[in-house]
Design a protein around this ligand. Structure first.
Ligand SMILES: Cc1ncc(COP(=O)(O)O)c(C=O)c1O
Length: 381
């Protein structure tokens, strides 16, 4: 008998992969499903980006293997983007690597730094991939609580009282997914100081900076952060390029080089045309950001009407491409709540519990849904 590796027993099929199969089944049965579950931008990338990839495919060498580190021009574009948008200096020769989406970076960083038995601090609620990748590499997730009363920010004093001797990595994500919480500069300073005191590699996963957020911040803007921190970023949400699979990791070369060591053994460079399109996107002017946000802002206004119809509560300070809403007092579990809506109203909303136990009592609406569909959803109640 051919058996699978033991590591597969540590993870389950991704919730969305399973649930969307069910949702697709309902659609195939003719149900008029409105999918408010997943954050895959439905808006198009800019025309310039599309033209850049189109033109690039005719260039000499476009279809050959590319450098593991990416085109120098790509790394320079990332460096300028970071300087201009976050006031962060990063050396394009040594402190930037292209990634096939930030999701890939979570695996590469974990492979580069975690041994079996090591621990990784993981937000609850948080992006499920931090936890599954940690398990796949044989390390242990050590969840830290994020709660509304503390603005979805870790209680560092409480954390520091725990045994952190096995902790090697701390995953943070600000602006936070799924709650949309933002971290202030002094909170990021406190995180960097915590990581330094405890010899922990701090990784900020930062793909939502530019969606309905007036104050994008990078963890690398904290003084001395590069001694302990890496940052993941992505073009998926900022430039509507989720399917392109393009992102990046930035940080000191002492952390970037081990990631490159893993990466160069796994892929053989990023397609030239994708890099050319990404370079064009990274050079987008303010008009691009304003126009995307105008659309999301209108959608959010409508989505909040739906939230109100469901008697849920929303925090006005949150940002990003999701609406994180608290269920009314006395509600059933989040999964039961969304299943009832799925089967009664043909609307799919994400239950907060897929992001961890602290997501119980919450549901998440994606803004990657047209205004017409949101209006239609409202009219079903
Ligand atoms: C918090 C967070 N990190 C990372 C990702 C992965 O993004 P990508 O791999 O498309 O850059 C997502 C995608 O939904 C996300 O929500």
């Amino acid at each position: 008998m051919i058996t699978t590796a033991d590591r597969l027993k540590t993870v389950e099929e991704y919730y969305f992969s399973k649930k969307l199969r069910e949702v697709r089944g309902l659609m195939a049965d003719g149900k008029p499903i409105i999918n408010m579950g997943i954050g895959s931008p439905d808006l198009a990338p800019s025309q310039e980006v599309v033209e850049a990839i189109q033109e690039s495919v005719l260039e000499e060498g476009a279809h050959q293997y590319q450098s593991y580190q990416g085109l120098p021009e790509f790394r320079e574009a990332v460096a300028s983007f970071y300087k201009y948008k976050y006031n962060v200096e990063a050396n394009p020769a040594s402190e930037i690597l292209p990634l096939m989406g930030s999701k890939e970076g979570i695996m590469h960083i974990s492979m580069a730094f975690l041994n079996p038995g090591d621990e990784a601090l993981i937000p609850n609620p948080g992006y499920p991939t931090y936890s599954s990748v940690t398990k796949l590499v044989g390390a242990q997730p050590k969840y830290y609580d994020l709660v509304a009363d503390n603005d979805w920010f870790p209680d560092i004093e409480v954390l520091e009282k725990e045994d952190l001797s096995k902790v090697k990595i701390m995953w943070v994500c600000y602006p936070h997914m799924p709650t949309g919480a933002v971290a202030k500069v002094d909170q990021l300073i406190a995180l960097v100081a915590f990581a330094k005191r405890n010899d922990i590699l701090l990784v900020n996963d930062n793909p939502y900076s530019f969606v309905l957020n007036n104050n994008p911040i990078s963890i690398l803007s904290v003084e001395g952060a590069k001694e302990v921190a890496l940052e993941l970023n992505s073009l998926s949400k900022t430039f509507n390029m989720a399917g392109w699979r393009v992102g990046m990791v930035l940080g000191d070369e002492k952390f970037i080089n081990p990631v490159l060591k893993v990466k160069s053994n796994m892929d053989s460079g990023m397609f030239y045309g994708i890099q050319k399109g990404a370079i064009t996107a990274l050079k987008s002017g303010q008009k691009w950001f304003d126009s995307v946000n105008e659309t999301y802002s209108k959608r959010k206004e409508l989505m909040l009407q739906l939230v109100e119809k469901l008697n849920c509560v929303y925090d006005d300070n949150s940002v990003g491409m999701f609406v994180w809403a608290k269920l009314p007092e006395g509600s059933s579990s989040a999964e039961e709540f969304i299943d009832n809506i799925l089967y009664d109203k043909d609307i799919f909303i994400t239950p907060g519990t897929i992001f961890g136990s602290n997501g119980e009592g919450y549901i998440r609406f994606s803004l990657c849904v047209t205004e017409e569909k949101i209006k239609e959803a409202i009219s079903r109640f």
